[in-house]
Write a new protein. Structure first.
Length: 178
């Protein structure tokens, strides 16, 4: 990984920690959470022409501000896709920081909108880290300090003159932040 890339990733991590920690420093009652999930990734465009639907695993952590409307999270995702022709799998690794908007709702179900940016790596031999962004939505159902979620996002990565589009659909469990 190049020094510039390491600096970019370090800056993203540091910025995310500062943003996530700001409410705690201000004395607010922010609620943190961690989660794990998995699902499928639907490749689109040229990416979809070459690869079959893939699978993904995801680890997430974040913080919801006191009013519950605004939150921040980070995701680390790993997945694979099989080619429509040929041998070997394409491995996908990503780290994305998101802003999460959750309208105030009565009851246990809370729909949300999510969007953010980060880095993705696509590896089937040589690999580089590409800039990526995503936007989508989901629903979280709370049960005490535990919650389940289902979400779908549009994700696009760009690097070395190549644009990669996909739709990750993820279901999972999270602890805290409800």
């Amino acid at each position: 990984m190049s020094g510039r890339m390491k600096g970019t990733i370090s800056g993203l991590v540091l910025g995310s920690l500062l943003v996530a920690g700001a409410p705690a420093l201000a004395g607010a009652q922010a609620r943190g959470y961690v989660g794990i999930g998995g699902g499928v990734t639907i490749p689109m465009g040229d990416f979809g022409d070459a690869l079959k639907m893939g699978w993904l695993g995801q680890v997430t952590g974040g913080v919801s501000l006191p009013n519950g409307l605004l939150g921040f999270r980070g995701n680390v995702t790993y997945g694979q896709h099989k080619p429509k022709e040929g041998e070997g799998n394409l491995k996908v690794l990503g780290a994305i920081g998101d802003v999460v908007l959750t309208p105030k709702m009565e009851g246990k179900a809370a729909p949300y909108v999510v969007g953010g940016a980060g880095m993705m790596q696509f590896k089937n031999g040589e690999s580089d880290w590409d800039l990526a962004w995503n936007a989508g939505g989901g629903v979280r159902i709370a049960a005490g300090n535990l919650g389940v979620y289902v979400e779908a996002r549009f994700l696009q990565a760009r690097g070395n003159g190549v644009t990669t589009n996909m739709i990750p659909i993820t279901a999972g469990v999270r602890i805290g932040g409800n």
